[in-house]
Design a protein around this ligand. Structure first.
Ligand SMILES: Nc1ncnc2c1ncn2[C@@H]1O[C@H](COP(=O)(O)OP(=O)(O)OP(=O)(O)O)[C@@H](O)[C@H]1O
Length: 581
């Protein structure tokens, strides 16, 4: 990169030198024409040779300029690419709580829009800016060389213009940050509504959502208009002062010519230099505005790039896999989600899941069943207390290692929009090494093979529908279990309630039961059959485990919470059946 930039700056120097020497030589051409105007033959000869030489020099300058633009642009695109990769990597490293606080739309906006703004500001813009600086400097020097007195007169205009530029730059920087923020909010709104389109449609909110989005974009538009007014004012003033400058050069230059202090060629050269300096200053001011915009967007990016995730990603203790028994223990665990500190989910929760046993967790909706799973996966850390696996605090363990030894099947698995085959292989350590046979074998273990074959495209079906994705997750999970060395000792299952039809549900259930053998299982249970087959049931209530014991034992306690919960469920099921009839 440094090498490329160095070469580009070399080309820039040559092309600018050629450009900036042009007015000087053109002045000479004019003087030649003037001096030999009466002698046509001499004039033709000297004019031809001068013009041929100059054309060669200009050709060289043009080529250098093209090379500079190419090099700058390509290294600029390289910077944008690297920036995008680093920002994406930094986002993916953050702890789960970070994603509760920062919405997807906003992060996507940083990844696409902010990187583009920063990219533009340090690529094309930097290249044009450097050129403008070089040309302005050379132009001013040449102006002094041609006529020091005229130059000092003209340059009186520079200090007030510089002051104006500084004020304008400051304003632009702040407004650009506000515009990017407003844009992020609009993107976030759009992202949420598009991804929850079903809800929007169900409530018939399309028009009001369009209104809301329009309001957000109106805000962006308002800011953009303010920026436009500022820009208009600034460019108007710079344009006007440029013209005034030329006018004053002609006036004062004319007087100097009259007093024989300047030739017509010198005045022409000077005028051309004034033009060049004017153009370069205009270039500098747009360079400056783009740079300020880049700083505005960049500030948000650096913030993200510099952010250290609260949890390590891949450091900590690794236990020998064959020694892992899978005993799980919650000791006095208290926890509240970082975004809702005022609403604790657990307070002094205690639970022991012996190695190799099946623990069904039940509780009312919102009692924190899924939160227990999140804590076990170390997506969040408890505020107090410890969670251990075989007596080891999970905070001391390597999170990668921990998660590779815990198999999870969630209620609503979100898969990527690729084929079932690719989704099945996703869980593997090296998805590229997974063969078609591996995929089929995994599908068979999960009882999903026949089901998947019923789709017209079989394993090449692109995942989307809920039922299909659930089965795929099953298969991918089996894959990890059965064919890969990790072979998770611990399973965390969030039992599906409704995604499948009766026949497939039976098949999935059967596959799950086969998988549970010989592993420690924590299952968020919704079915009575699952609960009855578990070794123990834990009932979550009031931020702790209210009851824990064998299912039959707990059912025996008529006043117990479990019994009440079950009665309610049985009642509800009866109601549902009656409604169906
Ligand atoms: N990421 C989060 N940030 C803030 N609050 C959350 C988050 N996830 C869940 N909660 C809240 O924590 C509480 C417990 O949620 P949790 O999903 O663990 O309950 P649950 O028992 O699994 O419920 P359900 O049976 O409906 O899935 C709920 O009030 C929920 O709104």
């Amino acid at each position: 990169f440094v090498h490329k930039m160095g070469t580009a700056i070399g080309f820039l120097t040559v092309s600018s030198a050629v450009t900036m020497s042009a007015p000087f030589f053109l002045g000479r051409v004019i003087d030649t024409i003037y001096a030999s105007a009466s002698d046509a033959e001499t004039m033709t000869a000297s004019l031809t040779s001068l013009c041929i030489m100059l054309a060669g020099v200009f050709l060289c300058g043009g080529a250098c300029n093209a090379a500079r633009v190419y090099l700058m642009q390509s290294s600029g695109q390289q910077i944008v690419r690297n920036l995008r990769a680093s920002v994406f990597s930094s986002i993916l490293r953050q702890e789960v709580a970070f994603f509760d606080k920062n919405r997807t739309g906003e992060l996507i906006n940083r990844l696409s829009a902010d990187t583009a703004v920063v990219g533009r500001s340090i690529t094309d813009n930097l290249s044009d800016g450097l050129r403008a600086v070089a040309q302005a400097a050379a132009g001013v020097s040449m102006m002094f060389y041609v006529s020091p007195s005229l130059a000092s007169f003209v340059l009186l205009i520079v200090p007030p213009m510089a002051g104006l530029a500084v004020i304008y730059g400051r304003y632009l920087r702040s407004i650009s940050k506000r515009t990017q923020d407003a844009l992020a909010q609009a993107t976030q709104l759009a992202e949420e509504r598009i991804s929850n389109m079903r809800t929007v449609r169900a409530f018939g909110k399309e028009l009001s959502e369009v209104d809301k989005y329009t309001q957000k974009t109106d805000h962006v538009l308002g800011l953009a208009k303010k920026e436009a007014v500022m820009r208009a004012g600034f460019f108007g003033v710079t344009g006007l002062s440029g013209n005034m400058m030329i006018l004053s050069v002609l006036y004062k230059g004319g007087l100097l010519m009259a007093s024989q202090h300047m030739t017509v060629g010198e005045l022409s050269s000077f005028l051309m230099y004034t033009f060049w300096v004017g153009i370069s200053i205009a270039g500098l001011s747009s360079f400056y505005s783009e740079l300020m915009k880049g700083f505005g967007a960049g500030a948000r990016l650096w913030e993200l790039l510099d952010r250290k995730p609260e949890f390590p990603l891949n450091e900590g203790k690794i236990l020998p896999a064959d020694q892992l028994k899978g005993q799980l223990k919650f000791c006095d665990v208290s926890f509240a989600y970082p975004t809702r500190k005022e609403a604790p989910i657990f307070q002094n929760l205690n639970l022991l899941v012996p190695a190799g046993s099946i623990m069904a967790v039940v509780g009312a909706s919102g009692s924190g069943k899924s939160s227990m799973v999140s804590l076990l996966l170390r997506l969040y850390d408890p505020d107090a207390g410890v969670i251990t696996i075989d007596g080891h605090d999970i905070r001391d363990l390597n999170p990668y290692w921990l998660r590779s030894h815990i198999g999870t099947v969630s209620q609503e698995p979100v898969l990527f929009s690729c084929s079932i085959r690719e989704n099945i292989a996703y869980g593997a350590t090296d998805p590229d090494a997974v063969t078609t046979e591996d995929v089929y074998r995994a599908a068979k273990v999960a009882n999903a093979y026949d089901f998947i074959q019923t789709f017209p495209k079989g394993f090449d079906t692109v995942v989307g529908e809920k039922g299909i994705s659930f089965l795929c997750e099953m298969v991918s999970f089996n894959h990890i279990c059965g064919f890969f060395p990790q072979n998770p000792k611990i399973l965390l299952l969030d039992e599906a309630t409704s995604a499948l039809d009766a026949e497939n549900e039976f098949l999935v259930q059967e596959a799950l039961e086969r998988l549970m053998e010989g592993r420690t299982v924590v299952i968020i249970a919704h079915r009575l059959s699952t609960i009855k087959n578990a070794d123990a049931v834990a009932v979550l209530d009031q931020r702790r485990i209210a009851e824990c014991g064998q299912p039959t034992e707990l059912l025996g306690n008529r006043q117990g919470l479990f019994r009440k919960l079950m009665e309610k469920q049985a009642f509800l099921q009866e109601e549902q059946q009656r409604a169906l009839i």
